[in-house]
Design a protein around this ligand. Structure first.
Ligand code: FE2
Ligand code: FE2
Length: 308
């Protein structure tokens, strides 16, 4: 099963919202006008979406941040850009919101994300969902994004923690192999430490849930760098950061692109039902779009569960 994972495409529009006085909007629009609009050139985002639509994958997963300030126009652009992907993959395209898609209380209240991405909307009061693929694989997604007045945090509150625990328990009882998708990392490589105003609050609770349920991989974005690591608290789960799909950068791990990998549908389960030591993710590739418009595919080493 070939999987394409992308996120942080960040469509943007330079315009004022009705809640322009919300503190984060004041900072956000200044940042967009001065810096961000150069780092996220719109033609690059559209080109990437077109390239993704042309990729060969069994399943496409989007881990959040389709917009920049949750403006209705940004969601309209995103919905237009995602339409060919929904057309091609249907329910095999799984989408969650990121913190930029829950930018202000008003944009959340008006449910722009749900209005323009009805297939990604969860029932009232739910923040976790599970989707089955074949007999052995489930994608479990959760939404820890909510507006903070100035910061870019997410929050795994106790209610979300319980809901996630229940969903993973149910998947485990059915013996399903789980790909877990959230927007925020809980583990960072040494050269890219998480910042206090940007982290998932209560990320240690997420690490605890993951250590108990051992999903095959935890897929996220948010920090705009592609990486692959195992956290020593839960080494059986591979952490994959897809990096930004829409950002222009001189560094290949941060320049517009995505990840692809193969997931064995049942082969990684040993006789007693436990995951094999090597896990189930293979052939991990970092794909990026070169300035000349070429697709560069670079194989990424997958760290072993037990080093040495
Ligand atoms: Fe982002
Ligand atoms: Fe984010």
């Amino acid at each position: 099963m070939r999987i394409l994972h992308f996120g942080d495409i960040h469509f943007w529009r330079l315009q004022l919202a009705r809640d322009f006085h919300y503190p984060k909007r004041v900072l956000g629009i200044a940042n967009l006008a001065m810096r961000r609009r150069h780092r996220f050139p719109p033609q690059l985002a559209w080109e990437v979406m077109e390239r993704i639509a042309g990729e060969d994958a069994d399943m496409v997963l989007f881990s959040g941040d389709m917009t920049t300030m949750s403006l209705e126009g940004e969601f309209q652009d995103a919905a237009r850009a995602f339409a060919p992907l929904y057309e091609k993959w249907g329910d095999r395209l799984v989408v969650i919101a990121g913190n930029h898609d829950r930018y202000s209380p008003r944009s959340v209240r008006l449910q722009y994300f749900e209005k323009y991405f009805p297939r990604a909307a969860m029932p009232e009061g739910c923040r976790v969902f599970s989707r089955s693929f074949g007999d052995h694989v489930s994608v479990v997604g959760f939404d820890a994004s909510r507006p903070f007045m100035v910061r870019s945090n997410g929050l795994l509150d106790t209610q979300l923690e319980k809901e996630l625990e229940r969903e993973l328990e149910a998947a485990g009882e059915l013996g399903r192999k789980v790909l877990l998708m959230g927007h925020f990392p809980y583990s960072y490589p040494g050269d890219h430490p998480g910042k206090w105003h940007h982290r998932l609050l209560r990320d240690q609770a997420l690490a605890g849930i993951i250590a108990r349920h051992q999903p095959v991989a935890y897929l996220h974005g948010h920090k705009h760098v592609r990486w692959c690591l195992r956290d020593e608290r839960c080494p059986r789960t591979l952490c994959l950061n897809c990096g930004p799909a829409g950002m222009s950068s001189s560094s290949p791990e941060s320049h517009a692109g995505w990840l692809t990998f193969e997931l064995s549908e049942d082969g990684a389960l040993s006789e007693d039902g436990a995951l094999s030591e090597d896990g189930a993710v293979t052939e991990l590739n970092n794909v990026s779009v070169s300035p000349e418009g070429e697709l560069l595919r670079e194989a990424v080493n997958i760290p072993p569960v037990f080093p040495g």
